[in-house]
Design a protein around this ligand. Sequence first.
Ligand SMILES: Nc1ncnc2c1ncn2[C@@H]1O[C@H](COP(=O)(O)OP(=O)(O)O)[C@@H](O)[C@H]1O
Ligand SMILES: [Mg+2]
Length: 251
Amino acid sequence: MNKIIIENLSLQYADGTESLRNVSMDIQQNAVTVLFGPAGGGKSTLLRCLNRLNDLTEVKASGGRILLDGENILDPGLDVIALRRKVGMVFARPVPLPMSIRENLTYALELAGEKRKSKLDEAVERSLKLAAIWDEVKNRLDDPAIALSGGQQQRVCLARVIALQPEVILLDEPTSGLDPISTGKVEAALLELKKEYTVILVPHSVQQAGRTADYAAFFLQGELIEYSEGKAMFTTPKQKKTEDYIMGRFG
Ligand SMILES: Nc1ncnc2c1ncn2[C@@H]1O[C@H](COP(=O)(O)OP(=O)(O)O)[C@@H](O)[C@H]1O
Ligand SMILES: [Mg+2]
């Protein structure tokens, strides 16, 4: 099922950079959709459009629509706070809150009015399990999150997003600073996550794209060059530019 439909999306930053040019693509629910390609292709810009983080940047011109469950999220009248609850995001560098591991997960829920300890405990356990870090931290939930390794912090950040029960999870090169073991754990978490959520990942390498993609979209300088099922993309790409990139001939 299509969770998100992107129609003719264009975006030009204030300095004139055309970061997205007429991009159209459908994004499936319960799948990992990977946006890959060389730096400057517009991947982060597209992720930021999906939860309206670009509202905070100077944008000169934009066009097109993004339908989430049929509703255009680019509509100026949209409730952006509600959108960001529905569409959570994990960034390249983990930034845990300066609190305990547990509080990192419960903070936003408490702000949203959840006071019942049983519900909070449940959310903590469930989200840490889904983020593939429960076993590593279950006996030290009251330690500061900052004391964890980078790979563990990143999974706590992922758990924090999960705790808010989003519908879509955006990840922008979430493993770019992580060792291979932590990277493997994050990738394993994606397999679990897609059972419940719509996952959109900007991978940090072509190899990671190949390992994780149910669907893959190749971006070059703001254009969507090719979009297909992951397997087809990484074995038999249709466009020469895609093939060159996958084979490591540029970027
Ligand atoms: N805030 C911004 N202001 C101006 N230009 C930007 C901004 N963010 C990104 N860009 C430019 O937009 C293009 C796409 O960037 P980005 O979306 O970050 O690509 P990617 O994530 O694929 O590397 C690049 O040319 C980049 O320099
Ligand atoms: Mg980027």
